[in-house]
Ligand binder design. Structure first.
Ligand code: FEO
Ligand code: CA
Ligand code: CA
Length: 641
């Protein structure tokens, strides 16, 4: 996502994680372990146990007796080419690029960007992001047919319309809204190729789809009063999948869509805390649609910043905003469970923001049997990281700590609407932009990407300005993800060891990568890492990113720390959205915003939308299109082995 995440809206004095890491590093170094030991040390014995568990549970019969080897592919080099590169022995295909009609009878994509808003609403959206594959049919058919559900995080208005973003019109706002949201589309594997199916499940949820609210914050809450019915979801970044088979789309940088030309409008403290400004991110929708005009429809923006539950198997279902998970800039909503209780991890991706988790009150099956949503009944927590490697989950609950009437908090709805400020008051720990969260299926360890940030510089910060990012690892006490305490360390630092001092934490043998963002642990325990280096840094020596190349997908072995680069993307893109079929023989990966304006390669224009990239079609009169890529082994077999 765009660089606006870097700016930050957190004015508090809560400690930043960089301070705490620095404290731990200097302590370990003083003890003689050195930095390398500090990086790999903290879960030592437990990880060896986990590795043994992985070797036992991940291997098939034919693997028995062979040494444990999670990563079996030949690493690909860094790339600056305008293409996708996969390892030798692998192949890739392009599936459902932006503008693909949901049904074969639907409106065809027009390569000059001239599809109407109504047509875009019947086509796959732009800028694919978080994604899940829901298999359909049991047994042999499960890996061959299913629903692919894809978030469309944001849009590029220069590429979306034949004449770009100017002038802004009601039709352009409508098309932009239609290009956002979520796609549900059935796909099938036939003769080695995945294709969309004309299915009753195929649907779009957009920025204009009717939605409902549930949980402690009612749509009747005065802070949610608006001139229009509740419509749509925006900036759906990463996602989650519930054990009951629904999809969670998360609303991240929703603040950027709102603006006003009314010079008398000034933000409240609450609005400033969420980065709301008169100019927004420059979309200018407010010029053509009063829904997005802060001076006309001020509370509309409070209807965004939520986690949205979607039932892909019921095409007529209404998406529901689950308010118990709080109102922040949700990167994702990673779901796991312990003894039937649901646990949802969610990062607030902005510089100096926090990591949250939601824990259900009782088993999700019991709650569902009582007609209750497991996402409406639980406790929201925010993470506090202690300098000794321990951590505490602080309840973001009205009546707890400072969150009282005397402290200025009316009720739980008030706490959830102002979740960032509640977390400030609790003393949560600032992070360098928490992005995706992944839970290891065997160890239940939790990995979190901190993509980059500038919570520093601080005197003891090991990376005073964190331009490359790193990956945190947690172990909840007792391997119980509902626990309120945990231990933590750093799994890996991204970066380029050629640059000091940032490089001092990066092993020379580690593949170059930067700005880790997407994360997923596959059923065998491979940790997949997707990068989102900003286009203002990518491929630039001035930003210490010249050797790292285009964005990439890497795989790591959590038990050994080994990392290998698996895929590199075309120019201007980020790599995101990642899932395999249950047999792990097909991997789906999203190529988001190929051809976006970059400092290194230039900017697309109305006259030349191909200035940066023309992936995937390389049509001399076409334009770049975000798409899902489908990765398979040429000779079959599990991806990554
Ligand atoms: Fe949408 Fe934080 O990336
Ligand atoms: Ca990112
Ligand atoms: Ca992201």
């Amino acid at each position: 996502m765009r660089d606006t995440d870097d700016i930050g809206s957190n004015p508090t004095d809560n400690p930043a994680l960089s301070d705490l890491i620095a404290a731990r590093f200097s302590r370990r170094a003083a003890l003689g372990g050195g930095l390398a030991a500090a990086t790999v040390g903290f879960l030592g014995g437990g990880v060896l146990t986990a590795a043994a568990a992985e070797a036992g549970s991940a291997g098939s019969d034919r693997d028995k007796g062979k040494p444990h080897q999670l990563l079996g592919f030949a690493e690909v080099p860094t790339s600056t080419a305008d293409t996708v590169v996969v390892p030798e022995g692998y192949t890739y295909d392009v599936l459902i690029p932006w503008g693909t009609p949901l049904l074969s009878s639907g409106p065809a994509w027009k390569k000059d960007g001239s599809n109407t808003a109504a047509e875009q609403a019947q086509q796959v959206g732009m800028h694919h992001d978080g994604m899940h594959f829901f298999p359909q049919g049991g047994g042999w058919d499960g890996p061959r047919r299913g629903l692919l559900v894809v978030n469309h995080e944001y849009i590029d208005q220069v590429l979306l319309n034949p004449d770009g973003a100017t002038p802004m019109t009601a039709e352009k706002v409508a098309k932009a809204l239609a290009a956002h949201g979520v796609t549900v589309i059935q796909i099938r594997l036939e003769n080695g190729k995945w294709s969309p199916v004309d299915s009753r499940y195929n649907r779009r949820i957009t920025g204009a789809t009717p939605v409902a609210f549930s949980g402690p914050v009612s749509l009747k809450h005065p802070e949610l009063t608006s001139n229009n019915p509740p419509l749509g979801t925006l900036n759906n970044c990463a996602h989650g999948v519930t054990p009951w088979g629904t999809y969670l789309a998360c609303e991240e940088n929703w603040n950027g869509y709102f603006g006003t030309d009314d010079a008398s409008w000034t933000p409240t403290v609450l609005e400033s805390r969420y980065g709301v400004t008169r100019a927004g991110f420059g979309y200018n929708w407010h010029k053509a649609d009063a829904r997005f005009d802060l001076a006309v429809n001020r509370k509309e923006l409070n209807r965004f910043g939520w986690v949205v539950e979607i039932d892909p198997f019921n095409p007529r279902s209404t998406p529901v905003k689950r308010t118990a998970l709080g109102r922040i800039k949700h990167e994702g909503a990673t779901v796991t469970e312990h003894n039937g209780r649901v646990v949802v991890y969610t990062g607030d991706d902005e510089n100096r923001e926090y990591l949250y988790k939601f824990v259900g009150t009782s088993s999700w099956k019991r709650l569902l049997s009582q007609g209750k949503s497991p996402l409406d009944h639980g406790t929201l927590y925010v993470a506090q990281f202690n300098g000794d490697g321990s951590g505490t989950w602080l309840p973001v609950v009205w009546g707890s700590g400072p969150l009282t009437t005397a402290g200025g908090w009316a009720d739980q709805a008030d706490v959830l609407i102002r979740a960032r400020q509640a977390a400030d008051a609790l003393g949560a720990t600032k992070l360098d932009r928490p992005e995706w969260v992944a839970v290891h299926p065997h160890t239940k360890d939790v990995f979190v990407t901190l993509t980059n940030g500038s919570a520093g510089p601080t005197p003891v910060n090991p990376r005073a300005t964190n331009i490359y990012g790193h990956i945190l690892r947690f172990r909840e006490t007792g391997h119980d993800n509902t626990a309120t305490t945990f231990s933590w360390d750093i799994f890996a630092f991204a970066g380029d060891p050629a640059y000091q001092p940032e490089g001092q934490f990066v092993p020379e043998t580690q593949p170059l990568f930067g700005s880790p963002d997407g994360l997923w642990v596959d059923p065998d325990g491979r940790l997949w890492i997707e990068t989102d280096i900003s286009n203002s840094s990518q491929n630039l020596a001035s930003r210490k990113y010249d050797r790292i190349g285009n964005n990439a997908l890497l795989a790591a072995d959590p038990s050994t720390g080994e990392i290998r680069r698996f895929l590199t993307g075309p120019r201007g893109c980020e790599i995101t959205g990642l899932i395999t079929t249950p047999d792990q023989e097909t991997m789906f990966v999203n190529i988001q915003h190929p051809g976006e304006a970059t400092t290194a390669w230039g900017s697309p224009t109305v006259d030349n939308p191909r200035a940066v990239s023309n992936w995937p079609e390389f049509d001399p009169t076409g334009r770049p299109r975000a798409a899902t890529v489908v990765i398979r082994k040429i000779d079959g077999g599990k991806i990554g082995t």
